[in-house]
Write a protein that binds this ligand. Structure first.
Ligand code: SF4
Length: 278
């Protein structure tokens, strides 16, 4: 009898009625073929069905959502809270957020009933050594992101096989054609990234906000359609790419947590092949 095969934390777990096989496997957690298979499996499925698959049926193993609590985060978090409110919600507490973002994070967690918010903070000793002034963002944003985002997330990911992101294909030219399941190229472990909103557009998001009476991020009304750390986020003029306000003036479009082979804090520029961030 065939069963549902789930790979999680280096183990293959094959479930079928009446039996369970659990065998050790040191290969990467997931492969490109797994991502293709899952994209096919959920082709045509609605977003809620996909979320039930990853959060309840664990088709992507142990999973957490990584949220910026940005302009559009409420939509995905609302759906996740509805399906599985104890889902781990990872927030990169860089120490550089707008106070409005931190207040919005707390408001959404309470309003939506999310019960497992995890704030990921930079290593204090590394921060003291590499960014004593707190101004690294101004002369080396790649290095700053590495210390404050990439490394804390990498440490946290040791406990997970996959992440859910809020990325959408329409957000920028670099995100067009975003798949729902993809292999996370940032590390060699073969983790999956799940993008449940990959095919959502701005109109659908706005409609969801209205239908569920979700509170907007307070900075959206002030001209920030994409919100990250305060020193690296600027207002966006009408007609501009929504993400053009991030790292304005720098040849940088992502923070590194979705960048293949991201370098260490002293190793210069991020490599080509940027992948989108949430
Ligand atoms: S977005 Fe800016 S302040 Fe935030 S971690 Fe990256 S460089 Fe530093």
């Amino acid at each position: 009898m065939s069963g549902t095969k789930i790979r999680t934390h280096g183990k293959d777990i094959e479930r079928s009625i009446g039996r369970e096989i659990d065998r050790i496997d040191t290969a990467p957690i997931f492969s490109d073929a797994d991502a293709v298979r899952l994209n096919r499996l959920y082709r045509g499925a609605d977003t809620r069905e996909l979320l039930a698959g990853v959060l309840l049926d664990r088709v992507a193993g142990e999973i957490a959502v990584v949220s910026s609590f940005g302009a559009e985060s409420a939509v995905l978090l609302h759906m996740i809270a509805d399906v599985a409110p104890a889902t781990p919600v990872l927030f990169l507490e860089t120490g550089k957020h707008f106070p409005e973002t931190l207040a919005y994070r707390d408001l959404l967690v309470e309003r939506l009933g999310l019960t497992n918010l995890i704030n990921l903070t930079p290593d204090a000793a590394l921060l003291a050594k590499k960014d004593e002034s707190g101004l690294r963002w101004s002369y080396d944003p790649d290095g700053c992101c590495e210390i404050r985002k990439v490394q804390p997330l990498a440490r946290a990911m040791a406990g997970y096989d996959a992440t859910i992101t809020g990325r959408k294909g329409f957000q920028s030219a670099t995100r067009a054609g975003l798949p729902r399941f993809e292999i996370d190229k940032v590390d060699a472990a073969g983790r999956l990234k799940v993008n449940p909103l990959a095919d959502w557009d701005a109109e659908r998001l706005a409609e969801y906000f209205t239908r569920h009476d979700l509170p907007p991020h307070p900075l959206v009304a002030q001209g920030y359609p994409s919100i990250g750390c305060s020193p690296c986020t600027s207002k966006v003029a009408e007609g501009e790419d929504p993400r053009s306000g991030r790292w304005r003036g720098w040849d940088k479009t992502e923070c590194g947590i979705h960048v293949p082979g991201a370098t260490g804090p002293d190793e210069g520029e991020l490599p080509p092949g940027y992948e989108p961030v949430f």
